[in-house]
Design a binder for this molecule. Structure first.
Ligand code: GLY
Length: 304
């Protein structure tokens, strides 16, 4: 039983992921290859190179990986000098006695393991950022208050948060989940979302299943969304039931009506679900019965 399940923005790497799975690659290598394709996609302004920066114009990336077989995990947050934060999270998992690195320490580790890269701010993302700070006359000076501008800018419906999720089961039955993001456009410097928080935006336990999140990361942190979904699967829930239960119980963020929140879930038996609070969200999937990966609509379920 093999499976590759992802958010729709991973479409760019799905054929490569399928080929790797068919060639016998490990789920970890497959997830990494697919996530890296998205991180390299300059046209995706929610992940990796090309991601929208924080309100000061600095790109800060978060990523995490969890190996469901061993429950080993790695995560990074606030990375500003590494184009492939997922690979950095993997290096944390494999090379350090830690689970999570943030900020300057994470960038230092990127240099140490040969993953440092140049400026991550891509011209189109920079132009969008600049339009926002000019429209709202944001004072970017040292110690200038930023909170009010952030509260307005992050709700811009054209530039809501996005993220890539990839979950794979390989021929040996190994289950791995990976997530990578640049987080909210115009976020407060140092803001860490659910992607870097294992249990919130990403969780895998090969005995039961895996779950990952995209969308409003603060809600995933506040609810322990991914861990909660896997716990429901452990209790016998289907993937769809487990995810719907999380979405139905999201707290009201109190920041307007729009609450975009989306989850993928895979049970250990390979059954899966993709849900969203919105009508328009899609996911990508490949399983051995398919000639090619497909992109499909998610099931819309209740939101607060
Ligand atoms: N879900 C990604 C984020 O909120 O940063």
């Amino acid at each position: 039983m093999t499976l590759l399940l992802a958010s729709a923005n991973a479409e760019i790497g799905m054929a490569l992921g399928r080929d790797l799975l068919l060639s016998g690659a490990s789920a970890l290598d497959v997830v990494e290859a697919v996530v890296r394709a998205v991180e390299d996609n300059a046209g995706d302004h929610t992940v990796g190179y090309g991601g929208y920066p924080n309100i000061l114009g600095t790109v800060e990336l978060d990523a995490s990986v969890m190996d469901g077989t061993t429950r080993a995990a790695g995560a990074v947050a606030g990375v500003s000098a590494c184009r492939h934060p997922f690979s950095l999270a993997r290096a944390v998992m494999e090379r350090l006695p830690h689970v999570m690195l943030a900020g300057a320490g994470a960038d230092r580790f990127a240099r140490e393991v040969g993953l440092a890269s140049g400026d991550l701010l891509e011209p189109e993302a920079a132009a969008t950022w600049r339009r926002g700070v000019e429209t709202y006359h944001v004072d970017l000076g040292d110690n200038a208050p930023l909170a009010d501008a952030v509260k307005t800018l992050v709700l811009d419906p054209e530039h809501v948060t996005g993220t890539v999720n990839v979950v794979a089961i390989d021929a040996a039955g190994r289950l791995v989940s990976g997530v990578s993001t640049s987080g909210w456009a115009w976020k407060y410097p140092g803001r860490v979302g659910d992607t870097g928080c294992l249990g919130a935006g990403n969780y895998a336990d090969a005995r039961y299943g895996a779950a990952t999140c995209t969308g409003w990361g603060e809600l995933a942190i506040r609810t322990g969304a991914a861990r909660r979904a896997v716990q429901s699967m452990a209790g016998g829930a289907s993937a769809g039931e487990a995810l719907a239960d999380v979405l139905a119980d999201l707290p009201d963020p109190g920041m307007g009506d729009a609450v975009p929140f989306h989850m993928l879930g895979v049970r250990a038996d390979g059954t899966y679900a993709a849900v969203s609070t919105t009508e328009v969200s899609r996911y990508a999937v490949w399983e051995p019965s398919m000639a090619a990966p497909e992109v499909r609509p998610r099931t819309q379920v209740g939101a607060p």
